[in-house]
Design a protein around this ligand. Structure first.
Ligand SMILES: Cc1ncc(COP(=O)(O)O)c(C=O)c1O
Length: 430
C-alpha cells in the first residue's frame, strides 16, 4: 500500500511550482542532488571519520566523504573540511563546544540585529551552556564596529561570531579579524546565508581572515540540508589542534553516525557550485535583489531584503506574511533594527531572490514580482497591530478570516500562479 505521504509530497510540489518562494534561506536543489539524497547511502552506519570508522563496510563511504571534503576545501580555499554536521545549528554548536569550555564567553550579533540563535541567544543551547554577549547594528542598520571593539576589549570573549541571518549588507571580515586578533579570540564566520555568493565571487570570502567558517549547504549554495565546517590556514596556524577539536565535538561529542546520503548530495552540490553557470547564478541573485529592493523602496547589498513596512502602518510584518501567503508569495515576518512593535508581531518582512533566481528569473521578472507584492500588501492597510497586547491574538484571527475571503488577494494569487508556472523549478521541472 502506498503511503499517504506521497500524496502530500505532490501537494507540496504544487505549492513550490505555482508559488513564488521568497524566503531568502530557501532554494531549489537540482535533480542530481535529489538523486544522491534519495539514495541507498541512507542504509549505512559509519560513525567516525574516513579511515577511522567504528563499523565495517565503509570503503565506499570513505571515498564519498573524502570527495565531499576535497570539493569543500577546493571551493572555499580552506585547509580542513568537516562535512558531517547534520545541519547549520549542530555545526555551530559543535564549533562552540570544540573551541570554548562550558561557561566560557562567546560574542555574536544580536538576534534583533540580524544575528542567528546559535551565536549565543539565551533560548539556544549556545546561550545556555556558554555565556554570551551581543553586539548590534547602528541607526543605519550596519554592524557597529566601534561597539564590537569596545565589547571585545572589555569582556575578552573566547570566540567571536561574524555571521548573519537577516542583514542586507556586505560583511567586513577584515574588521572583525583585527578585533579578534587584538583580544586573542577565535573568529568564526557563519556564512550560511551568503556561501553561494562567496563561491560565486559576489561577496568577499572570509577565509583569509577567520579561523573557522561554518555554512549551511541548503541556502544560496543550493545543496541539500546540511552544513560544512571549514578550518582555515590561519586557524591551523593559530591552533594546530583546531580541526581535531571540532571533529571530536561533532563525533562523539554531539552526533552519532553521519548521514551519508546527505554527504553525497552535498558533494554533488559542491561540484555544481564549481561551474561557471553557478557564478552567473550567484551574480544574478544579487542583481535581482538590488532591483527588487529598488522597486520596493528599500536597499540591499546581498541576496536579502529586510523591509520595514512602516509605510503601511504599525507592526505590519505578521499581516504582510499572511496576505502574501494567500497571494502565493512566501516570505517571513521579521523584526527590524530598533523594532518598535514586538518580536512575534514585528514591523517588517524578510525576503530574497535565491529561489526565484534558480527558476531563471531576471531583473525584468523582479519588477513583475515587486508589483505582485505591492498589490497584495495594499490589503493590509488599516490593519495596524493593536497596541493592547491582550487583543492581538483575536485581532489576527479576525484578520485572517477577512483576508481568506478577500477577492483582490484571490485575483492576485491566480496571476501569481500563472506567472510562476512559466518558470521551471529545478528538481521538479515545468
Ligand atoms: C546564519 C545561520 N546560521 C545557522 C543556521 C542554522 O541552520 P539550520 O536551520 O540548518 O540548523 C541558519 C538558519 O537559518 C542561519 O541563517
Amino acid at each position: 500500500m502506498q503511503s499517504g505521504i506521497f500524496k502530500l509530497i505532490e501537494k507540496e510540489k504544487r505549492r513550490q511550482k505555482y508559488g513564488l518562494e521568497m524566503i531568502p534561506s530557501e532554494n531549489f536543489v537540482s535533480a542530481d542532488v535529489l538523486r544522491a539524497l534519495g539514495s541507498i547511502l541512507t542504509n549505512k552506519y559509519s560513525e567516525g571519520f574516513p579511515g577511522a570508522r567504528y563499523y565495517g563496510g565503509n570503503e565506499v563511504i570513505d571515498e564519498i566523504e573524502d570527495e565531499a571534503r576535497r570539493l569543500a576545501n577546493k571551493l572555499f580555499g580552506a585547509k580542513h573540511a568537516i562535512v558531517q554536521a547534520y545541519s547549520g545549528s549542530p555545526a555551530n554548536f559543535a564549533v562552540t563546544l570544540g573551541l570554548v569550555e562550558p561557561g566560557g564567553l562567546v560574542m555574536g550579533l544580536g538576534l534583533s540585529s540580524g544575528g542567528h540563535l546559535t551565536h549565543g541567544a539565551p533560548v539556544s543551547l549556545t546561550g545556555k551552556l556558554f555565556k554570551a554577549i551581543n553586539y548590534g547594528v547602528g541607526a543605519d542598520g550596519r554592524i557597529d564596529f566601534a561597539e564590537v571593539e569596545q565589547l571585545a576589549k572589555k569582556h575578552k570573549p573566547k570566540l567571536i561570531w561574524a555571521g548573519i541571518t537577516a542583514y542586507p549588507f556586505i560583511l567586513d571580515f577584515k574588521k572583525f579579524a583585527k578585533i579578534a586578533d587584538e583580544v586573542g579570540a577565535y573568529l568564526v564566520a557563519d556564512i550560511s546565508h551568503i556561501s553561494g555568493l562567496v563561491v560565486g565571487g559576489v561577496h568577499p570570502s572570509p577565509v583569509p581572515y577567520v579561523d573557522v567558517v561554518t555554512t549551511t549547504t541548503h541556502k544560496t549554495l543550493r545543496g541539500p540540508r546540511g552544513a560544512l565546517i571549514l578550518v582555515t590556514k590561519k586557524g591551523l596556524k593559530k591552533d594546530p589542534e583546531l580541526a581535531s577539536k571540532i571533529e571530536k565535538a561533532i563525533f562523539p561529542g554531539l552526533q552519532g553516525g553521519p548521514h551519508n546520503h546527505q554527504t553525497a548530495a552535498i558533494a554533488v552540490a559542491l561540484q555544481e557550485a564549481m561551474s561557471p553557470k553557478f557564478k552567473k547564478y550567484a551574480s544574478q541573485v544579487v542583481k535581482n535583489a538590488a532591483v527588487l529592493a529598488k522597486e520596493l523602496g528599500t536597499y540591499t547589498e546581498n541576496h536579502l531584503l529586510l523591509w520595514d513596512l512602516y509605510d503601511y502602518g504599525f507592526g505590519m510584518g505578521y499581516q504582510a506574511q499572511i496576505v502574501l501567503d494567500l497571494a502565493g508569495i512566501t516570505v517571513n515576518k521579521n523584526t527590524v533594527p530598533g523594532e518598535k512593535a514586538s518580536p512575534y508581531y514585528p514591523s517588517g518582512i524578510r525576503l530574497g531572490t535565491p529561489a526565484l533566481t534558480s527558476r531563471g528569473m531576471k531583473e525584468k521578472e523582479m519588477k513583475i514580482v515587486a508589483g505582485f507584492v505591492k498589490e497584495a500588501l495594499e490589503e493590509i492597510r488599516g490593519f495596524d497591530l493593536p497596541q493592547n497586547q491582550e487583543t492581538r491574538k483575536d485581532f489576527i484571527k479576525d484578520f485572517k478570516e477577512k483576508m481568506r475571503k478577500n477577492k483582490n488577494l484571490k485575483r492576485t494569487c491566480l496571476q501569481v500562479e500563472k506567472f510562476a508556472s512559466r518558470f521551471p523549478v529545478p528538481g521538479i521541472g515545468s
